[in-house]
Design a protein around this ligand. Structure first.
Ligand code: SAH
Ligand code: SF4
Ligand code: F3S
Length: 490
């Protein structure tokens, strides 16, 4: 499918629609005596989170405010930004939509919008058309930049509007409004889509073909973020190492280096790296700039070469482990995290043992572990005859989880006694007066502030986005405790 460049004219249609919607909502608000609000629910990965920041940016330009800031009020627009990567999300979506039926009856103004990756799965869209006629607007992730135009049209036609296409767009992101939701961390997609077609994965269908953003447009965005005082940026893509710029003339190492040269950032993170594409150059860059994270997310998926082949993951364990060893030798204080799927069709006990072996040898600092979930339209979903029974998968999953829990705990224990820089993310949910943050290696730290370091008049959340050094005192299974040693003044 061709990749279509969004033209200035397309963008003009959107800004005109935003202005018209703003007028419409303000007029309606005057008539009824209360302002219009939105309620947005975001599922899935950081790319969806980033898309939602754009949707919120558009809502704000329409003159809508977050319903959370209006106690006791029902929202006027409810938007669900869905994820399709695993199965249980569907039950939740349709459950939620069922609930909205009542709300829709009591609030005639209510507009229900469903978007995100699940909307590229035909059966989900058909189910909405058939069973949830009161959903006003459906669109897929590739149509995101057209949200204002689509919302306007759906208000005009007064019946369900479904806009799910086959086009893959690339737009100049700087022309799309964005309302960043975190004070300290800015999400910066550098590419969209995925060409890898791992046989279990829905993302290439949901997000379309791989397309890299324009190099200079990313650099400009980073410079703006730096001048706005953001401390952390997260460069996002399904496979960041295949970044090539819109003109095909750039590389990820070049982009990473350029970002690391921006000294206003104290943390530059990136996700995800495909083991087939990560190279020594990226690891060398990580080792040579102190504002790059010392954490590498390197999804393994399986420790069995046989299963990796069936998954269409074009690397073997020997190659994977050589990257792990290279990283460990160049960045000894660094951390590696991974993604692992248990119960891929045809996985034998022997294959699974290989996974456990690789986990033990690689000593992952943390891991996201998943039970295989068949996704409609993917190659693996057709391997039905080889599906593993639920009981076997659960049992294997339990063994993997307890091994990884041990390793995560070990990784946390190794921090005890050290003093490292922590970027403060805010108040910890564990107890009042405890702050939470992350090290460069992405370890989660909960820490106290000695009285003499407390800033007068600050509540816990005022520390968000600030850097400090913390002495680590105690390891827990999923976090490390500590005490602040100094707060960096800026
Ligand atoms: N592009 C990223 C992955 C995005 S999806 C990457 O390749 O690293 C995040 C993770 O979800 C994947 O790494 C995989 O471990 C898991 N996943 C994807 N599809 C799945 C499925 N059908 N069942 C179970 N887990 C799945
Ligand atoms: Fe899915 Fe594989 Fe692409 Fe990651 S690289 S998004 S797992 S198809
Ligand atoms: Fe992300 Fe889920 Fe889509 S993981 S790319 S939101 S399918």
């Amino acid at each position: 499918m061709a990749i279509i460049k969004v033209t200035d004219d397309d963008i003009k249609v959107q800004s005109d629609s935003l202005a018209q919607l703003r007028e419409y909502f303000s007029m309606r608000a005057m008539e009824r005596g209360s302002s219009f609000t939105y309620d947005i629910h975001t599922y899935g990965c950081q790319l969806n989170e980033s898309d939602s920041e754009k949707i919120i940016g558009m809502f704000q330009q329409m003159g809508l405010s977050d319903n959370k800031d209006h106690e006791g009020k029902d929202p006027d627009v409810v938007l669900l930004n869905t994820c399709a990567v695993r199965e249980n999300a569907e039950d939740r979506l349709f459950g939620n939509l069922g609930e909205f039926k009542k709300t829709k009856r009591s609030n005639k103004d209510l507009i229900i919008v469903v978007c995100g990756c699940m909307m590229k799965v035909e059966e989900n869209v058909n189910r909405i058309k058939k069973s949830f006629p009161y959903v006003d607007l459906v669109f897929d992730p590739q149509q995101l930049h057209r949200f204002p135009e689509l919302l306007k049209e759906s208000l005009n036609i007064k019946k369900q509007l479904v806009n799910v296409g086959t086009e893959d767009y690339i737009a100049d992101d700087s022309l799309i409004p964005i309302a960043r939701q975190r004070k300290f961390r800015a999400l910066v997609p550098i590419m969209y889509g995925c060409n890898n077609f791992c046989t279990y994965c829905i993302v290439p269908y949901a997000r379309g073909r791989e397309r890299s953003r324009d190099f200079n447009s990313i650099i400009d965005e980073l410079k703006t973020l730096e001048s706005q005082g953001y401390k952390e940026v997260m460069l996002l893509g399904q496979n960041v190492n295949s970044y090539m710029g819109e003109d095909g003339k750039h590389t990820f190492p070049e982009l990473l280096r350029a970002a690391a040269e921006m000294k206003g950032f104290s943390r530059i993170r990136f996700m995800s790296s495909h083991p087939k594409d990560i190279n020594a150059e990226v690891i060398d860059i990580m080792a040579s700039y102190d504002n790059l994270e010392t954490h590498l997310h390197l999804p393994l998926q399986s420790g069995s070469d046989r299963i990796l082949k069936l998954m269409n993951r074009p690397y073997n364990i020997e190659q994977y482990m050589s990257t792990v060893e290279l990283f460990r030798s160049k960045i000894p204080d660094g951390a590696i995290s991974t993604d692992i799927i248990v119960g891929f069709p045809g996985e034998t006990e022997e294959d699974f043992q290989h996974t456990l072996d690789v986990v033990k040898t690689a000593r992952f600092d943390s891991a996201f572990t998943f039970q295989y979930s068949p996704r409609p339209g993917t190659k693996a979903a057709a391997m039905k005859d080889d599906f593993i029974s639920h009981d076997v998968v659960t049992e294997r999953f339990g063994r993997l989880l307890s091994l990884q829990n041990e390793l995560t705990f070990d990784s946390n224990k190794a921090k005890v006694g050290k003093v490292e820089e922590v970027l403060i993310e805010g108040e910890s949910s564990t107890a009042p007066d405890i702050l939470t943050g992350r090290t460069r290696s992405n370890h989660l730290i909960n820490f106290t502030i000695p009285d003499e370091l407390k800033v007068q008049g600050y509540s816990a959340n005022d520390y968000e986005g600030k850097l400090c050094t913390v002495k680590f005192t105690n390891a827990r299974p999923y976090s490390v405790d500590g005490v602040m040693e100094s707060l960096k003044n800026e």
